[in-house]
Design a protein around this ligand. Structure first.
Ligand code: AMP
Length: 177
Protein backbone atom coordinates (compact mmCIF):
# COMPACT_ATOMS: atom_id res chain seq x y z
CA UNK A 1 0.00 0.00 0.00
CA UNK A 2 1.44 3.42 -0.96
CA UNK A 3 2.40 5.85 1.80
CA UNK A 4 -0.16 8.36 0.46
CA UNK A 5 -2.96 5.83 0.93
CA UNK A 6 -1.71 4.91 4.39
CA UNK A 7 -1.62 8.63 5.23
CA UNK A 8 -5.27 8.83 4.18
CA UNK A 9 -6.09 6.03 6.62
CA UNK A 10 -3.97 7.58 9.37
CA UNK A 11 -5.87 10.85 9.02
CA UNK A 12 -9.13 8.96 9.64
CA UNK A 13 -8.09 7.59 13.05
CA UNK A 14 -9.63 9.68 15.81
CA UNK A 15 -7.69 10.03 19.07
CA UNK A 16 -9.98 10.08 22.11
CA UNK A 17 -8.03 11.09 25.25
CA UNK A 18 -8.83 9.49 28.63
CA UNK A 19 -11.08 6.74 27.23
CA UNK A 20 -11.99 4.28 28.71
CA UNK A 21 -9.83 5.44 31.65
CA UNK A 22 -7.54 8.39 32.45
CA UNK A 23 -4.21 8.36 30.61
CA UNK A 24 -5.37 6.10 27.73
CA UNK A 25 -5.53 7.70 24.28
CA UNK A 26 -8.13 5.54 22.56
CA UNK A 27 -7.68 5.00 18.81
CA UNK A 28 -11.22 5.28 17.45
CA UNK A 29 -11.49 3.49 14.09
CA UNK A 30 -15.22 4.13 13.53
CA UNK A 31 -14.54 7.01 11.07
CA UNK A 32 -12.83 4.44 8.80
CA UNK A 33 -15.92 2.24 8.92
CA UNK A 34 -18.59 4.85 8.29
CA UNK A 35 -17.06 6.06 5.00
CA UNK A 36 -17.43 3.46 2.24
CA UNK A 37 -14.26 4.47 0.35
CA UNK A 38 -12.17 4.53 3.53
CA UNK A 39 -13.50 1.18 4.69
CA UNK A 40 -12.63 -0.36 1.32
CA UNK A 41 -9.15 1.21 1.46
CA UNK A 42 -8.67 -0.19 4.97
CA UNK A 43 -9.60 -3.71 3.90
CA UNK A 44 -7.44 -3.38 0.75
CA UNK A 45 -4.45 -2.51 2.97
CA UNK A 46 -5.08 -5.40 5.38
CA UNK A 47 -5.61 -7.92 2.56
CA UNK A 48 -2.27 -6.96 0.96
CA UNK A 49 -0.45 -8.16 4.07
CA UNK A 50 -2.13 -11.59 4.04
CA UNK A 51 -2.42 -12.34 0.30
CA UNK A 52 -0.17 -15.15 -0.91
CA UNK A 53 0.36 -16.58 2.58
CA UNK A 54 -1.63 -19.73 1.82
CA UNK A 55 -3.76 -19.45 4.96
CA UNK A 56 -7.24 -20.97 4.98
CA UNK A 57 -8.66 -19.17 8.02
CA UNK A 58 -8.57 -15.64 9.43
CA UNK A 59 -8.86 -15.29 13.21
CA UNK A 60 -10.51 -12.13 14.54
CA UNK A 61 -10.67 -10.87 18.13
CA UNK A 62 -13.82 -9.68 19.93
CA UNK A 63 -15.15 -7.14 19.07
CA UNK A 64 -13.60 -4.57 16.69
CA UNK A 65 -11.28 -7.21 15.30
CA UNK A 66 -14.31 -9.08 13.92
CA UNK A 67 -15.12 -6.21 11.57
CA UNK A 68 -11.74 -6.28 9.86
CA UNK A 69 -10.96 -10.00 10.08
CA UNK A 70 -14.31 -11.06 8.61
CA UNK A 71 -13.97 -8.64 5.68
CA UNK A 72 -10.42 -9.87 4.98
CA UNK A 73 -11.59 -13.51 5.14
CA UNK A 74 -14.36 -12.79 2.65
CA UNK A 75 -11.96 -11.13 0.19
CA UNK A 76 -9.50 -14.03 0.34
CA UNK A 77 -12.07 -16.83 0.31
CA UNK A 78 -10.93 -17.92 3.77
CA UNK A 79 -12.96 -19.08 6.75
CA UNK A 80 -13.42 -16.73 9.70
CA UNK A 81 -12.78 -17.78 13.32
CA UNK A 82 -14.00 -15.62 16.21
CA UNK A 83 -11.93 -15.38 19.39
CA UNK A 84 -14.43 -14.14 21.98
CA UNK A 85 -14.51 -12.83 25.50
CA UNK A 86 -15.18 -15.44 28.19
CA UNK A 87 -18.60 -17.07 28.24
CA UNK A 88 -19.81 -15.99 24.79
CA UNK A 89 -19.04 -19.08 22.70
CA UNK A 90 -21.65 -21.85 22.99
CA UNK A 91 -19.58 -24.95 22.09
CA UNK A 92 -16.53 -26.59 23.68
CA UNK A 93 -13.78 -24.00 24.12
CA UNK A 94 -10.12 -23.42 24.90
CA UNK A 95 -9.42 -20.32 27.01
CA UNK A 96 -6.49 -18.11 28.04
CA UNK A 97 -6.35 -15.28 30.63
CA UNK A 98 -4.04 -12.29 30.12
CA UNK A 99 -3.39 -8.64 31.15
CA UNK A 100 -4.58 -5.67 29.07
CA UNK A 101 -3.34 -2.08 28.71
CA UNK A 102 -6.33 -1.40 30.95
CA UNK A 103 -7.55 -4.29 33.15
CA UNK A 104 -7.44 -8.03 32.48
CA UNK A 105 -9.42 -10.42 30.34
CA UNK A 106 -10.03 -14.01 29.31
CA UNK A 107 -10.57 -15.01 25.70
CA UNK A 108 -11.84 -18.25 24.21
CA UNK A 109 -11.94 -20.10 20.91
CA UNK A 110 -14.11 -23.01 19.82
CA UNK A 111 -12.09 -26.20 20.19
CA UNK A 112 -12.90 -27.29 16.62
CA UNK A 113 -12.45 -23.88 14.95
CA UNK A 114 -8.91 -24.56 13.71
CA UNK A 115 -7.77 -27.98 12.52
CA UNK A 116 -4.38 -29.44 13.47
CA UNK A 117 -1.80 -28.25 10.94
CA UNK A 118 -4.12 -25.63 9.44
CA UNK A 119 -2.44 -22.33 8.48
CA UNK A 120 -4.20 -19.28 9.89
CA UNK A 121 -3.64 -15.50 10.08
CA UNK A 122 -4.79 -13.18 12.85
CA UNK A 123 -6.21 -9.73 12.07
CA UNK A 124 -6.98 -7.18 14.79
CA UNK A 125 -7.56 -3.44 15.06
CA UNK A 126 -4.89 -2.43 17.61
CA UNK A 127 -1.65 -3.95 18.90
CA UNK A 128 -1.15 -2.26 22.28
CA UNK A 129 0.69 -4.21 25.01
CA UNK A 130 0.43 -7.38 22.92
CA UNK A 131 -1.32 -9.40 25.63
CA UNK A 132 -4.48 -10.04 23.60
CA UNK A 133 -2.66 -11.07 20.44
CA UNK A 134 -0.25 -13.30 22.39
CA UNK A 135 -3.20 -15.00 24.10
CA UNK A 136 -4.98 -15.49 20.76
CA UNK A 137 -1.77 -16.94 19.31
CA UNK A 138 -1.62 -19.39 22.21
CA UNK A 139 -5.22 -20.46 21.55
CA UNK A 140 -4.45 -21.18 17.88
CA UNK A 141 -1.33 -23.10 18.82
CA UNK A 142 -3.19 -25.13 21.46
CA UNK A 143 -5.56 -26.34 18.75
CA UNK A 144 -2.56 -27.39 16.66
CA UNK A 145 -2.98 -24.59 14.13
CA UNK A 146 -0.02 -22.92 12.43
CA UNK A 147 -0.13 -19.16 12.96
CA UNK A 148 1.56 -17.85 9.82
CA UNK A 149 1.14 -14.17 10.63
CA UNK A 150 -0.69 -11.32 12.31
CA UNK A 151 -1.80 -7.97 10.94
CA UNK A 152 -2.78 -4.97 13.03
CA UNK A 153 -4.42 -1.93 11.53
CA UNK A 154 -2.83 0.16 14.29
CA UNK A 155 0.38 -0.62 16.20
CA UNK A 156 1.15 1.41 19.34
CA UNK A 157 4.90 1.04 18.86
CA UNK A 158 5.73 2.85 22.12
CA UNK A 159 4.16 -0.04 24.08
CA UNK A 160 6.41 -2.58 22.31
CA UNK A 161 3.66 -5.20 22.10
CA UNK A 162 5.73 -7.19 19.58
CA UNK A 163 7.93 -8.47 22.40
CA UNK A 164 5.06 -10.69 23.63
CA UNK A 165 4.30 -12.16 20.20
CA UNK A 166 5.58 -15.63 19.30
CA UNK A 167 8.79 -15.91 17.29
CA UNK A 168 8.60 -17.02 13.68
CA UNK A 169 5.25 -15.34 13.09
CA UNK A 170 5.08 -12.64 10.40
CA UNK A 171 3.83 -9.41 12.09
CA UNK A 172 2.53 -6.40 10.14
CA UNK A 173 1.44 -3.08 11.68
CA UNK A 174 -0.07 -0.72 9.09
CA UNK A 175 -0.32 2.54 11.03
CA UNK A 176 2.45 2.74 13.62
CA UNK A 177 2.34 5.33 16.42
P1 AMP B 1 -3.37 -5.28 24.10
O1 AMP B 1 -3.73 -6.62 24.63
O2 AMP B 1 -2.86 -4.36 25.15
O3 AMP B 1 -2.42 -5.36 22.91
O4 AMP B 1 -4.70 -4.59 23.61
C1 AMP B 1 -5.24 -4.97 22.44
C2 AMP B 1 -6.73 -4.77 22.37
O5 AMP B 1 -7.22 -3.74 23.24
C3 AMP B 1 -7.02 -4.39 20.97
O6 AMP B 1 -7.77 -5.46 20.42
C4 AMP B 1 -7.79 -3.11 21.04
O7 AMP B 1 -9.10 -3.38 20.64
C5 AMP B 1 -7.79 -2.67 22.48
N1 AMP B 1 -6.97 -1.48 22.76
C6 AMP B 1 -5.92 -1.40 23.60
N2 AMP B 1 -5.43 -0.18 23.65
C7 AMP B 1 -6.15 0.56 22.81
C8 AMP B 1 -6.12 1.93 22.41
N3 AMP B 1 -5.23 2.81 22.91
N4 AMP B 1 -7.03 2.35 21.52
C9 AMP B 1 -7.95 1.47 21.00
N5 AMP B 1 -8.02 0.20 21.35
C10 AMP B 1 -7.15 -0.28 22.23
Amino acid sequence: MSSTRLDTLRAAVRDVPDFPSPGIVFKDITPMLSDGALFKLTIDALVETVAGSGVTKIVGIDARGFIFAAAVADRLGCGFVPVRKKGKLPWKTEGVSYDLEYGSNKIEIHADAVLPGERVWLVDDVLATGGTAAAAAELVQRLGGVLAGMTFLIELGFLDGRKLLPEGVDVAGLLVY
